[in-house]
Design a protein around this ligand. Structure first.
Ligand code: ADP
Ligand code: MG
Length: 264
């Protein structure tokens, strides 16, 4: 009997999407298919269009060209439904500094709550779990504005985790995190993916990016390569996009990006 080949499930797909700001185009006809239940890293130089692409995939800015989320066009989702299915952690995200850490994380539960309804037992449980995961629980009564940059980032990550969405998009989530909390973030992402969540993260930390399943390499508003993290062609694409100033090596079972020091 022939094996039945089922098409791989795609969580988010984009077909020829472009984004313009004023008269300048900053994303050029990008095609993308991000695998469901997998972790994809988006990598590229500053200004490559990574944040713009992530926002377009989340429906946070207007783009031309269709985007599908979990098999349905983005525009066919109600805002509330979409906010339950897709959680977002932005780059340098602003948040009300006078809110407590607990209330900031509870904002992640808004798409689950009825109009004017108090948070449910499930909402409180999700917030506690998220704050425990990012080790921010002990600050829960403190105001967000009193925290350091890295502590604040862990609270904003908890807010995104509290949504318990099927798809989690994160833009530079490791910014300001110290090395142990960067490692914790990696373990959290692995646990989410093992539980079936689709994770998409923009990362400059290439060694972390190469722990993902797939890498999308961007330059000049375009995708220059999509491939598995373990493939040499992906490593070559990364070295190319960073002008051969880094090289990917295997070190103790991990892919590591080392700087190529060029004497001037
Ligand atoms: P990345 O996240 O890869 O660093 P971005 O997606 O933030 O890059 O930006 C891509 C390019 O688009 C950059 O050159 C940036 O200056 C430009 N850009 C982004 N947002 C705007 C905007 N609102 N107005 C004008 N240019 C913008
Ligand atoms: Mg960015």
């Amino acid at each position: 009997m022939n094996a039945v080949i089922t098409p791989e499930k795609i969580a988010i797909s984009a077909s020829q999407i472009s984004v313009s700001v004023g008269n300048s185009r900053i994303l050029h006809s990008v095609d993308l298919a991000l695998r469901a239940g997998c972790w994809t890293s988006i990598v590229g130089p500053n200004g490559a269009g990574k944040s713009t692409l992530l926002k377009a995939l989340a429906g946070l800015l207007p783009s031309t060209g269709p985007v599908q989320l979990l098999g349905r066009p983005l525009h066919a989702w109600s805002r509330r439904e979409r906010a339950r299915a897709l959680a977002w952690l932005g780059q340098n995200e602003s948040a009300a500094d006078d809110l407590t850490v607990y209330d900031v994380a509870m904002l992640g539960r808004l798409p689950h709550q009825g109009w004017m309804a108090p948070p449910s037992v499930a909402d409180h449980a999700a917030v506690e779990q998220a704050l425990q995961t990012t080790q921010a629980w002990e600050w829960r009564t403190r105001a967000l504005g009193q925290l350091s940059g890295g502590e604040r980032q862990r609270v904003l990550l908890a807010r995104a985790l509290a949504v318990q969405a099927q798809v989690l998009l994160m833009d530079e989530p490791l910014a300001n995190l110290d090395p142990p909390h960067q490692a914790d973030w990696l373990l959290t992402v692995r646990a989410l993916v093992a539980a079936g969540t689709t994770v998409v993260s923009v990362l400059h930390e290439l060694t972390f990016a190469l722990h993902a399943d797939d890498v999308v390499v961007m330059a000049d508003g375009r995708v220059s390569h999509c491939g598995a993290c373990a493939e040499r062609s992906t490593h070559r694409a990364l070295e190319r996009v960073f002008d051969q100033r880094i090289a990917i090596h295997a070190v103790q079972g991990q892919w590591v990006a080392l700087p190529q020091l060029i004497q001037s």
